[in-house]
Ligand binder design. Structure first.
Ligand SMILES: *Cc1c(COP(=O)(O)O)cnc(C)c1O
Length: 427
């Protein structure tokens, strides 16, 4: 498939931008070939710089739960724009946003806005350390929490795809404060608490993992994590940057009826503009400056355009309550892939919940980082390109989740099922 406009843009980009991209997962390194550029997007469709139309299952890596360029979100941004782009003072929409967040997430009593998911997790961890006066943190292999130093250790897809799960430039002394454990392994968590008595400030996890492909917890695992953290006075942080507002209005914690101490949000909450947020128990949140000793700040935090886009996005979710429908569409995709792989005799695992799914070409059930790695990345690369040729865009890595949006009409899903079936048959 020739893409002269994208190819020439990529050549120019590579001269000036490292790897030609502003975020490494966009670079197509793990599936081969060059990335395409997108000049516009509408609903479930991307329009490439070369004028091709693609059905999009990346949804800007999660935020676009209403598809691209939704008229209501666009109108909200346009209306806010009339009043100015940034004030550096409190603005009324920050209050509306906080009210919406605490309504959707009952575990959140107070919330602070920031500008990305990375900032949210980084700040939540500093807060947990300041609150508990402990230094060590526990994270799980394959869980990605953004690219701050103490969290970029066994961090899933982006790092994984490029073959260096531990980034250069992270001091070994920082990494020593981060205990990395296998997800879904109760014994490992118990042992880590026993080995570090009174030292664990927080446990942070993607309650459902979405950054090493999509992985769900074993029944009872999250309740166990809640119980053991409470027993040790350790702050439990749910990173719902990806799952918040996506798997339920109140995220995984609503689905699983778990009350974490702190929650990190991002992606959907910005309606396509750069936003993050973290919040939770008021007694912990009050440790933040200006009330408390933990410093955290942001020139553009609570930006009025981002608040307007996010509020419109959340209000739409409230009106549509699209979760049952998204799950039906997600199942339709999963069933098509499973049936096609069976017909072809290729082993596959397709974990799916609501609007998130992953395709792992492996016979091994995927329940953690190690089993995710059994997925055949080469075969996935061929499948990815076969789909792309036929107009369906999946994330360019064997270790990423796929996303649906409310703009994926039945016809887009039917077409995608056909493409998945034909592409698998041709592998
Ligand atoms: C995307 C993501 C982040 C980082 O968010 P950015 O806005 O990219 O900094 C953190 N945690 C999870 C679970 C994510 O999916």
């Amino acid at each position: 498939m020739s893409s002269p406009v994208s190819d020439s843009l990529f050549e120019r980009a590579k001269q000036l931008i490292p790897g030609g991209v502003n975020s490494p997962v966009r670079a197509f390194r793990s599936v081969g070939g060059a990335p395409f550029f997108v000049k516009a997007a509408r609903g479930a469709t991307l329009i490439t710089a070369d004028g091709r139309e693609l059905i999009d299952f990346v949804c800007t890596w999660g935020p676009a739960i209403h598809g691209h360029n939704h008229p209501r979100i666009k109108a909200a941004i346009a209306a806010a724009l009339e009043n100015g782009t940034s004030f550096g003072t409190p603005n009324p929409s920050e209050v509306s946003m906080a009210e919406l967040i605490v309504k959707f997430f009952p575990s959140i009593q107070k919330v602070r806005m920031c500008n990305s998911g990375t900032e949210a997790t980084m700040s939540a961890i500093r807060l947990a350390r300041g609150f508990t006066k402990r230094d060590k943190i526990i994270k799980f292999a394959g869980c990605y929490h953004g690219h701050s130093d103490s969290l970029l250790i066994k961090a899933g897809s982006g790092a994984l795809t490029h073959g260096n799960p531990d980034s250069a430039g992270v001091p070994a002394s920082f990494a020593r404060e981060t205990v990395v454990l296998p997800y879904n392994d109760r014994g490992a968590l118990e042992a880590a608490f026993a080995a570090n008595p009174g030292q664990i400030a927080c446990v942070i996890l993607e309650a459902y993992c979405g950054n090493v492909g999509f992985i769900m917890p074993d029944p009872g695992y999250l309740a166990f994590v809640r119980e053991i953290t409470a027993r040790h006075g350790t702050v439990l942080i749910f990173d719902e940057v990806m799952t918040g507002f996506r798997l339920a209005k109140g995220g995984v914690q609503e689905r699983e009826q778990i009350v974490p101490d702190l929650t990190c949000l991002g992606k959907i909450i910005g309606g396509g503009l750069p936003v993050g947020a973290f919040g939770g128990r008021a007694d912990i949140m009050d440790y933040l400056a200006p009330l408390g000793p933990v410093y955290q700040a942001g020139t553009l935090s609570g930006n009025p355009l981002a608040m307007a886009a996010g509020i419109a996005s959340l209000q739409l979710l409230e009106e549509l309550n699209p979760y049952a429908r998204l799950d039906t569409l997600g199942r339709q995709l999963r069933d098509a892939v499973v049936a096609a792989a069976k017909a072809k005799g290729i082993p596959v695992q397709v974990p799916q919940c609501g609007s998130m799914f992953s395709i792992f070409f492996t016979a091994t059930p995927v329940r953690d980082y190690a089993t995710a790695l059994t997925g055949d990345a080469k075969l996935f690369g061929r499948f990815f390109h076969a789909c792309l040729e036929r107009g369906v865009y999946l994330a360019p890595s064997a270790y990423e989740a796929g996303f649906l949006s409310t703009a994926h009409e039945g016809s887009a899903i039917d077409r995608a099922c056909e493409v998945f079936t034909t592409s698998i048959a041709g592998l």
